[in-house]
Design a protein around this ligand. Structure first.
Ligand code: URA
Ligand code: CA
Length: 431
């Protein structure tokens, strides 16, 4: 088999055979297929697309390029959740202890933030002592006893994706649905999940800028799940404005604690219940969706989800008293209000630009090597559709520096006030 024939076949719009797809992935990982041929094929896939069976085979080949996690020592059906990313996306911090509290085992591998998007591990590390470092045995023990543990991404999972993603990033083929879908699903499958619930975000703060692309990505990933025998569902959500009120690491931990205590933002709570009830259903803890949702509402009201969060923090070396005293989390030196420049209704709060403002404050990383400041960030007081009077605070900037002119300018330029605006619909579609 020759790589050049595989490239020209895809260039001409034909479907590749399973053998051809494996030849490419195996060869690319072992070095016999050079970068220039791999980038040519990635570009051909960008233009000519792939059929569902091709995408499933590509995903399988990527999974078998490296190690896979064996979660069979954990009792029950393991359901993982993945979000395609967002700004102020505090979801996992609430969702993981919530579903664990109804008995769904949460053996989660999480990542760090980059650019305008945040990462769950960075957020949790705002808590003094908290660590994601543990061996496989400790991980399994925590999940078997308390139904919840979070570790960092292992370096040995899906090496094909690491190499291919880095190549796509510098050769213009990131935005290809078959390549994105196989990249995401290969990592979830290698991480050992029996079932997968996906949150596919769309809007300015998301990878997919419009709903149509988000739906196509979601449908493609659900099809991959079907082909490889993992139950998969996807929820399409609005990420045109940040999720909840808080953007920034310690600020989002506090928002998660508020939500677990029953007084968090409505949009965050709604999303967590929507995703969580599908996880509970897949895990076989309920027969119907409304029943699953009721179970989640119960453990939230009874404080069981909050207790699970406390135990989870303690298990991973963190100070559990933070749960009752979030005021002990790292705090920025200055809290500065940003007043509305006119009266009206908030019409737009561009999530990516607000995420970049938080990054300028130190809450995020511009490059992988940057360190982050856990204390800084932004807390919104208004969201799209809310009325505001001139001079009223739109948000509070949490900064370690008094000099926030650049951040304030960035925010003012990206928050629009108009005569009228509707509240956006958070849950756009279920796939
Ligand atoms: N996220 C991924 O993990 N892979 C992609 O290709 C794009 C986004
Ligand atoms: Ca938030």
């Amino acid at each position: 088999m020759r790589m050049v024939d595989i490239i020209t076949k895809k260039r001409d719009g034909l479907a590749l055979s399973p053998e051809e797809i494996r030849f490419f992935i195996d060869g690319y990982v072992n070095g016999s297929v050079p970068d220039y041929q791999a980038s040519a094929l990635a570009m051909a896939i960008y233009f000519k697309d792939m059929t569902d069976p091709e995408i499933a085979e590509l995903t399988r080949a990527m999974v078998s390029s490296g190690e896979t996690v064996d979660l069979s020592a954990i009792a029950g059906i393991k359901v993982d959740k993945h979000s395609t990313g967002g700004v102020g996306d505090t979801t996992t911090l609430v969702l993981a202890p919530l579903v664990a509290a109804v008995g769904v085992p949460v053996a989660k591998m999480s990542g760090r933030g980059l650019g305008f998007t945040g990462g769950t591990i960075d957020k949790l590390e705002s808590i003094a002592g908290f660590s994601v470092e543990m061996n496989g045995k400790q991980f399994v023990n925590h999940v078997n006893r308390d139904r919840i543990a979070v570790i960092g991404q292992s370096g040995d999972l899906v090496p094909a994706d690491k190499k291919l993603y880095a190549l796509r990033d510098v050769s213009g083929s990131v935005e290809s649905i078959p390549l994105i879908a196989s990249s995401i699903m290969s990592k979830k499958i290698a991480a050992g999940a029996d079932a997968i619930v996906l949150e596919v975000t769309c809007g300015s703060g998301a990878f997919m800028k419009n709903e149509e692309d988000a739906v196509r990505l979601a449908e493609t990933m659900v099809q991959i799940g079907k082909h490889v025998g993992r139950k998969t569902a996807a929820v399409i959500t609005d990420m045109d404005q940040p999720l909840g009120f808080a953007i920034g690491n310690a600020l989002e931990v506090k928002e998660a604690i508020d939500t677990l205590q029953g007084h968090g933002p409505d949009d965050l709570k709604e999303l967590v219940l929507e995703l969580g009830s599908r996880m509970v259903l897949f895990a076989g803890k309920a027969e119907r969706l409304d029943e699953a949702r009721q179970l989640l509402e119960q453990v939230l009201e009874q404080g069981k989800a909050f207790d699970t969060f406390r135990q989870f923090i303690k298990n991973q070396g963190g100070d559990p008293s933070i749960a009752n005293h979030p005021e002990h989390l790292p705090k920025a030196k200055y809290q500065l209000r940003l007043p509305a420049q006119s009266s009206g209704v908030v019409a737009e709060m561009k999530a990516d630009q607000i995420g970049l403002a938080a990054m300028l404050l130190g809450a995020g990383r511009a490059t992988k090597e940057d360190t982050i400041n856990h204390a800084t960030g932004i807390v919104l007081h208004k969201k799209v559709g809310d009325s505001v009077a001139r001079g009223e605070a739109l948000l509070t900037i949490h900064s370690d520096s008094e000099h926030i002119d650049q951040v304030a300018r960035q925010l003012n330029q990206n928050i629009m006030i108009a005569d009228h605006a509707d509240k956006p619909v958070l849950i756009r579609r279920i796939i």
